[in-house]
Design a protein around this ligand. Sequence first.
Ligand code: GLN
Length: 614
Amino acid sequence: MSPTENEGLIPSTRSSTGETEFYLPLPPGYKPGQTRFVVVFGTVISGLGKGIFSSSLAKCLQDKGVSVAPIKLEGYLNIDSGTLNPYRHGEVFVLDDGTECDMDLGTYERALDQNLSRLNFATSGQIYRRVLDRERIGGYLGRDVQMIPHVTGEVKNRLRELAIASRADVIFVEIGGTVGDVENAHYIEAMRQLAFEEGQRSVCFVALTYVLEPSILGEQKSKAAQLGIRQLLECGVQPHIIACRAASPVTRKVREKIALFSNVPPERVFSMHDCESVYQIPEQLRGAGLDTAVMEWLQISPKFSEEAERAARERWQIYLGHLKRVSREVSIGITGKYTSVRDAYASIIKALEHAGTALECKVRLVWVDTSELTDERADEKLRELHGIIVPGAFGTRGAEGKIACLKYARTHGLPCLGICYGFQMAVVEFARNVLGWEDANSTEIDNECRYPVIDLLPDQKKIEGLGGTMRLGGHDVAIREGTLAARMFGPRTRLRFRHRYEVDPRYVAQIEAAGMIFSGRSPKAEIMQILELRPDLHPYYVGTQAHPELTSRPLAPAPMFLGLVHAALRRAYPDYATPLVYASEAEAAAEAEPADPPTPHDTSDSAQPADRHA
Ligand code: GLN
């Protein structure tokens, strides 16, 4: 690719003495103009689905063989999302490398089917910390440290580090919040500089805006969108593409008006109106020509043949095909304390969606508030459900209610999946009600209890401080042969974790003798990671210390969720007879019979997730 036309303008200094106003901390090996950047800004209001939009756009490019790497730039001063309350900010997503980040990273991982790392997530806290650390070691050589160029320089540095590490053709930058927020101003300024330094055609600015349609008027109004774009122009950022979110297709007249006020040709002002399912958005973008507009602006051409792009699109169509054939419905209860905020359980909801779709079944979510729930009220609350999930949590509130739910599920054959805290409470419930250890508990809840079956991980006993100190990220899980977990995963798998407490290994033998099997354990330490009830005791009672929802992908649903929805289907429809073949079983079977040509899978009525491997 051609080097930037601005190259001569930028002194190649890597320092910042008083001799130049420029500050360009380029990472070693980085050459401006070699990587392309797509920067997505939000205007008018937040909550327009910037993450979904930008991940879908990235996916369109990925389908053309262009390699992409996303980065989210968060305005807040927290170093990461680990200490944020999911009730206010949505769930804390955990990456394989242990980064605790914004839930949007989950959106990118799912859309791009790609594992991300700490390089894909920056907060103002991280940026300032780097600047301040550098200042303390005299890294600015006597200069006064300023928002421009030092803070903005660090922002650009983060993008360039990602460019070097990922070697992606295109970096997708999502700026958090909306234009006009004080806390994001340094990001916007950094992007303006980026375009100057990298060369105009290396950076594509995309403004996501909102077209109002007040019901009293019955027509679309573009004023708010115009003002939003104008704010961006005031920052020195001329958008190249405008995407208009709206309830219904944005009329030509309105698009022309927005074009007129923003110096963007009307053919690059797109309608991104609501559609039935977020899974249709990549096709919507393609249909409108947004992907082509980006590629044309950046002067890049597809790396795949048209045929390969079609194949990539068709793979995605499998999902939409299942979605269209959804014919059954099950009700799954989610028992928890943040039940009023759906974002706090975003990945669980997605994982249920993936599993349900694979089985061509709609999963109706039922929120079960556990703060007031008792054994007596459990029947009334759970009777109508076909399955429950007891999700992760911290602290004590609602714990007894969760234990009541787990007891009900265990004793009524109600399919059940306990996640992290839910897994721990399943062990407590079993210890109390099966082993008769009445005073069993987690030391997170009661430090003085007689049977502390859940206790702090040994490593955690020495830890001080809250941020980033849990057992975090991807860890291998060794699976016991002959168990349900072995059907799901084969002999080994990798799941993501975020916890401080664990099953105390001292109690494992007695618990197992009573019928609860720890079918997945850490291969390195004595940490119980998956539990299940003996098959003669329950149709589907599974728990995991991990967060399997974080690694569920539309075309590869998390097996534990698949198992739950399948068991729920069997409970809801007594004549439901389609057996469940887990992907790992299908793979093992395929490996065992390499000689035979594969028999074409009948997808017309197939409820089998295994057909994605066909
Ligand atoms: N509070 C529990 C622990 O720290 C469970 C954590 C969780 O559910 N993510 O181990």
